[in-house]
Design a protein around this ligand. Structure first.
Ligand code: C2E
Ligand code: MG
Ligand code: MG
Length: 288
C-alpha cells in the first residue's frame, strides 16, 4: 500500500520481499533519529561557492551528513526523506541553522570576513513554516554573533506551493533581518516564473542537471542561457550548480553566471578542511 501511495494517486504495486527489508531499515533509521540528534551524530559539511567577478572563494553551502555509528557517513538522500516523515525536521534544521551560524561566526573571528562572505543554508518547508521559525533564526543569530547579511537561505519551490501568501510574509520578515534568499534547484519542478516576480528572492541556483548535460544537449545550453538572461532582467544573482569539469566552468563563466559550485572546485568537506580551503587563496586565484 505504501509503495502504491508513494508512486502517486491511482497506482497499484505488487508486493516484493525487498520492500519489507527497505521498510524495516527505514523504520530502524527513524527509531535511531531521536538518539542521533541527542548524541550529536549529525555533522555539517561545507562546499565552496566561487565568485567570478572577484575570482575568489565567496562562501560555503552547509550540507548535512549523519555519522551513523554502524553504517558510517550517510548522505542526505539516505536519511532526509525518513526525517521528513518523523516530525523531527524542524528540530534537525534548527540544529543545522545554529551550527552553520556558529561556524560562520568562528571563521569571521579567524579571517575577518565581511558581509560579502556567505553561508548558504538549506531550509525545508517544514522548518520555514514552523511557528517557531523566526524565533529560532533570531536566537541562532544573536547567540552566534554572526552578521545576518552573511546568511543566505536556500529554498526549493515546494516551500511556496500552496502557501505563497504566508511564505511571502515570512520571507519579507527574513529579508528585514538582512538575510538573503536563494531559489535552489531552479529549472526543475514547475519553475513558476510568478514566484520570481512575486516573492523577494535574491538569487537563483540553476540545477546541476543543466550544467551536466551541456555536452549532450544543445537545447539545455539554450535553456540555461535563457534562465541567466531572465535572471539578469530581474536583477537576480545566478549560481551554476554541479560544475564538474574545466569546460563547464569556462562555459558558465562565459554565459554570465555570478557564482559557481561543484566537484570541479571541491566536494563538500568537513569544517577543518573547509578552513584549509579558506587559508589557501592562491588555489582559487589559480583557477581563473
Ligand atoms: P542541494 O541543496 O541542491 O545541494 C547540492 C548537492 O549537490 C549536494 O549533495 C552536493 O554534494 C551535490 N553536488 C555539488 N557539486 C556537485 C557536482 O559537481 N556534481 C554532482 N553530481 N553533485 C554535486 P548532498 O550534500 O548529497 O545534498 C543533496 C540534497 O540534500 C541537497 O541538494 C539538499 O536538497 C538536501 N540537503 C542537504 N543538506 C541539507 C540541509 O541541511 N537541509 C535541508 N533541508 N536539505 C539539505
Ligand atoms: Mg542547496
Ligand atoms: Mg541545488
Amino acid at each position: 500500500m505504501y509503495e502504491a501511495k508513494h508512486q502517486g494517486p491511482g497506482n497499484i504495486a505488487l508486493f516484493h520481499p525487498s520492500m519489507r527489508s527497505k521498510r524495516e531499515s527505514q523504520a530502524e533509521l527513524k527509531a535511531s533519529l531521536y538518539q542521533a540528534l541527542e548524541q550529536e551524530e549529525f555533522v555539517l559539511y561545507y562546499q565552496p561557492l566561487i565568485d567570478f567577478s572577484s575570482q575568489s572563494l565567496k562562501g560555503f553551502e552547509a550540507l548535512i551528513r549523519w555519522q551513523h555509528p554502524q553504517r558510517g557517513l550517510l548522505a542526505p538522500i539516505e536519511f532526509l526523506p525518513v526525517v521528513a516523515t518523523s516530525h523531527l525536521m524542524p528540530a534537525l534544521e534548527n540544529w543545522i541553522f545554529k551550527e552553520a551560524c556558529h561556524q560562520m561566526s568562528q571563521w569571521n573571528q579567524e579571517f575577518d570576513f565581511n558581509k560579502a562572505f556567505k553561508m548558504n543554508i538549506n531550509i525545508s518547508p517544514d522548518f520555514l513554516l514552523h511557528p517557531n521559525f523566526i524565533n529560532n533564526v533570531n536566537l541562532a543569530i544573536s547567540e552566534s554573533g554572526v552578521n545576518p547579511e552573511q546568511i543566505c537561505l536556500e529554498l526549493t519551490e515546494n516551500s511556496f506551493i500552496g502557501h505563497s501568501s504566508d511564505v511571502e510574509t515570512l520571507l519579507l520578515t527574513i529579508k528585514r533581518l538582512g538575510i538573503s534568499i536563494a531559489l535552489d534547484d531552479f529549472g526543475t519542478g514547475y519553475s513558476s516564473l510568478s514566484y520570481l516576480h512575486r516573492l523577494p528572492i535574491d538569487k537563483i541556483k540553476i540545477d546541476q542537471s543543466f550544467v551536466q548535460s551541456f555536452d549532450s544537449s544543445s537545447s539545455l545550453v539554450g535553456i540555461t542561457r535563457g534562465i541567466i538572461s531572465l535572471a539578469r532582467q530581474l536583477e537576480l544573482n545566478v549560481t551554476a550548480e554541479g560544475v564538474e569539469t574545466l569546460e563547464q566552468f569556462r562555459q558558465v563563466q562565459e554565459f554570465g553566471c555570478d557564482n559557481a559550485q561543484g566537484y570541479f572546485f571541491s566536494h563538500p568537506v568537513p569544517g577543518v578542511e573547509a578552513k584549509q580551503l579558506i587559508e589557501n587563496p592562491e588555489f582559487w586565484e589559480n583557477l581563473f
